[in-house]
Design a binder for this molecule. Structure first.
Ligand SMILES: [Zn+2]
Length: 224
């Protein structure tokens, strides 16, 4: 792929500080673990130059709490692995954050989703080759292939999808310019996570059906 995963592209004013209250993180922690165990958030030496991928956030104050940069390899996060974004302006590419760790490199795209509507309280970004490759069959809305992640252009592309009412049926969308990049959002963690899991299951079902059909075709060719 043309871009490197995990590279922070926005202008960041970051102040190291203590972790946020663990009680704020109950639902985000549950979903982070589930998505890690499914390989949708993680780190793999064979993918994306071995850098961590996927991140998760919840709205908090005027900003949001998001998993820290390069935490993908860890199965279980602690409050020390979350950054508090106080201010995020996707149009000027600017983030103000504090916490024990810097925010994820894709925090700007999370900020762009929160800016769409006050009812959006949770945002998830995963990497799924299964969903990404089947995004056409799954009728997923997508941001254009020439728009890279974590940029003001991505923020604009997400806003355009929203204005086109592309999320009427599902909050899941693909980033065509970010290999395997899928996002979802909702009024809470479950509203963001469940449609994502459903989409993942559908993508795997399509893959299975195609494998069975191509196996049957191969077997047929051998016999006749
Ligand atoms: Zn990504």
């Amino acid at each position: 792929m043309a871009e490197r995963e995990g590279v922070i592209k926005y202008q960041l004013d970051y102040t190291p500080s203590v972790a946020c209250d663990e009680a704020l993180l109950v639902s985000i922690q549950q979903w982070r673990l589930t998505l890690f165990q499914l390989g949708l958030i993680g780190q793999d030496p064979a993918r994306y130059g071995g850098l961590g991928y996927g991140n998760i956030s919840i709205r908090y104050g005027n900003g949001f709490i998001i998993s820290g940069t390069q935490t993908g390899e860890l199965e279980r996060l602690t409050p020390e692995h979350y950054a508090i974004v106080e201010h995020c302006d996707p149009t000027t590419n600017h983030i103000v954050a504090h916490g024990p760790v810097k925010p994820s490199s894709e925090a700007l795209t999370h900020g762009a989703v929160y800016a769409l509507d006050d009812t959006i309280q949770a945002v998830i970004h995963i990497h799924s080759p299964e969903i990404w490759q089947k995004r056409g069959q799954l009728f997923l809305p997508e941001t254009p292939a020439d728009v890279p992640y974590g940029t003001p252009k991505m923020a604009q592309a997400v806003k355009q999808l929203w204005q086109e009412d592309a999320f009427k049926l599902s909050p899941v969308f693909a980033m065509a310019g970010h290999e395997d990049g899928i996002m979802s959002f909702g009024s809470d963690m479950t509203e963001a996570g469940m449609p994502l899991l459903n989409t993942f299951q559908w993508a795997r079902a399509f893959e299975l059906t195609e494998a069975i059909e191509s196996g049957a075709r191969d077997a047929g060719e051998k016999h006749f």
